[in-house]
Design a protein around this ligand. Structure first.
Ligand code: ADE
Ligand code: ZN
Length: 349
C-alpha cells in the first residue's frame, strides 16, 4: 500500500495540477468553445442564432440535462468536415496536456452528425487523426468511444454501429448518452450485446438524473464495465454495497452535476460520501466548454468545496488510471509516475 503524506492546504492545488491523471468521461462535442463554434460557422457558412460568442455564453444557464442538450446539439451543427472534427479534438488535447492528462477516452456522438449528412468517415477519421497526434506531440494516450443517442430508437443505434464498422480499429468501445429519464438502458440490450461480441468495451450513462434502477439495468442488462455519472446510486443501499464490492468505476463529473442542477451547491455533492463508502470514483469534465471547467477545474473546485486532501487526490488519480482501458504496461508506468509525483510533494514539506 502506497503511503500518502499530508500536503499543506496551500500546496494542494499544485499537487492536483501536477499529478498524472486520466479523463474517462469527456464528450468531445462538449469541448467546443464558443470561439471555435463561431470560427467553424464562418468557415462552413453555417448560420448561428447568436450575435457573438458572449451572447452564446450568456445562454448557458441550464436547469436540467435536456436544457443543456438542446444547446449542445445546436453547437455541434457547425461540424461538417474531417478538419473540423480534428480541430475540435486538438483544442481539447491542448487543454488536457496543460492539466497533465496522460490518458483520455473521448466520447463522440456519430448520430448527431450523420443525421445532418456528415459522412461517418469525416467524423471518425478527423477525431482519430487528432488522437494519433495527441500521442505523438503531447504524449497523451487517447482513444475513442462511440456513443449511441438514447432518445433515438435502438434500430438507429444498430445501424450506426454497422455504419462505423469499416472504422472498427479506430474506436475501443461504445457508450450510451443523451436524454436519460424515460430512455432506460435495457432498451439498448441488443446493440450492446453486438458491441460486446465485437470485442468492444461497453460503458453507459446511468444515474445522472435517472433512478438507481437504471444503474442496475446498465450493469445487468448491458453488462457495462463502467458507469458514467452514477451519482443517484446513493439512494439505493444495496447498489452502493454492490458497486463497492465489484469496484465498478463511476466517472463522476462534479461541475456538470452542478450546472445541470443535479446538486444545488458543489458542497452538497456526494462524491466524498461515495469515496468514503469505498466506491471506485473518478473525476471528469463531461462537457467542459459548457460547464465552466476542464479537468483540473473539476478537481480544484471539488476539493475546495468538499474539503478533500492529498489522500483523496491520490485515490482519485489512481482510480482514473486503473479504470481506464489503457494497457497494463501503460497503467504501470502512470502509477509509477503518480507515486513519484506524490513523493516529490511530501519531500518538499
Ligand atoms: N451528452 C453530452 N453530455 C451529456 C450528459 N452529461 N449526459 C447525457 N448525455 C450527454
Ligand atoms: Zn456525459
Amino acid at each position: 500500500m502506497f503511503k500518502v503524506h499530508a500536503v499543506p492546504p496551500d500546496r494542494l492545488p499544485a499537487l492536483l495540477q501536477a499529478m498524472p491523471k486520466a479523463e474517462l468521461h469527456i464528450h468531445i462535442e462538449g469541448s467546443l468553445e464558443p470561439e471555435l463554434i463561431f470560427k467553424l460557422a464562418q468557415r462552413n457558412g453555417v448560420q448561428l442564432p447568436y450575435a457573438n460568442e458572449a451572447a452564446m455564453r450568456a445562454a448557458y444557464a441550464f436547469t436540467d440535462l435536456q436544457s443543456f442538450l438542446d444547446l449542445y446539439y445546436a453547437g455541434a451543427s457547425v461540424l461538417l468536415h474531417e478538419q473540423d472534427f480534428y480541430d475540435m479534438a486538438w483544442a481539447y488535447f491542448e487543454k488536457a496536456a496543460a492539466d497533465h492528462v496522460v490518458r483520455a477516452e473521448l466520447f463522440f456522438d456519430p448520430q448527431t452528425h450523420t443525421a445532418r449528412g456528415v459522412p461517418m468517415a469525416a467524423v471518425i477519421e478527423g477525431l482519430s487523426r487528432a488522437c494519433r497526434d495527441a500521442q505523438a506531440q503531447l504524449n497523451i494516450s487517447a482513444d475513442l468511444i462511440l456513443c449511441f443517442l438514447r432518445h433515438l430508437p435502438e434500430a438507429d443505434a444498430l445501424l450506426t454501429l454497422e455504419a462505423a464498422l469499416p472504422w472498427r480499429a479506430h474506436f475501443i468501445g461504445v457508450g450510451l448518452d443523451s436524454s436519460e429519464v424515460g430512455n432506460p438502458p435495457e432498451n439498448f440490450s441488443r446493440v450492446f450485446a453486438k458491441a460486446r461480441a465485437l470485442g468492444l468495451h461497453v460503458v453507459a450513462h446511468a444515474g445522472e438524473e435517472g433512478p438507481p434502477a437504471y444503474i442496475w439495468s446498465a450493469l445487468k442488462e448491458l453488462k457495462v464495465e463502467r458507469i458514467d455519472h452514477g451519482v443517484q446510486a446513493i439512494h439505493d443501499a444495496e447498489l452502493m454495497a454492490y458497486l463497492a464490492q465489484q469496484q465498478t468505476p463511476l466517472t463522476v463529473c462534479p461541475l456538470s452535476n452542478l450546472k445541470l442542477c443535479v446538486f444545488d451547491q458543489l458542497r452538497d455533492h456526494n462524491l466524498g460520501q461515495m469515496l468514503e463508502a469505498g466506491l471506485c470514483v473518478t473525476i471528469n469534465s463531461d462537457d467542459p466548454a459548457y460547464f465552466g471547467g476542464y479537468l483540473n477545474d473539476n478537481y480544484l473546485q471539488t476539493f475546495a468545496a468538499l474539503h478533500l486532501g492529498a489522500q483523496q487526490a491520490y485515490k482519485l488519480a489512481a482510480n482514473s488510471i486503473e479504470a481506464s482501458f489503457a494497457t497494463l504496461a501503460q497503467k504501470r508506468l502512470w502509477m509509477h509516475e503518480l507515486k513519484l509525483c506524490f513523493q516529490g510533494f511530501s519531500e518538499q514539506d
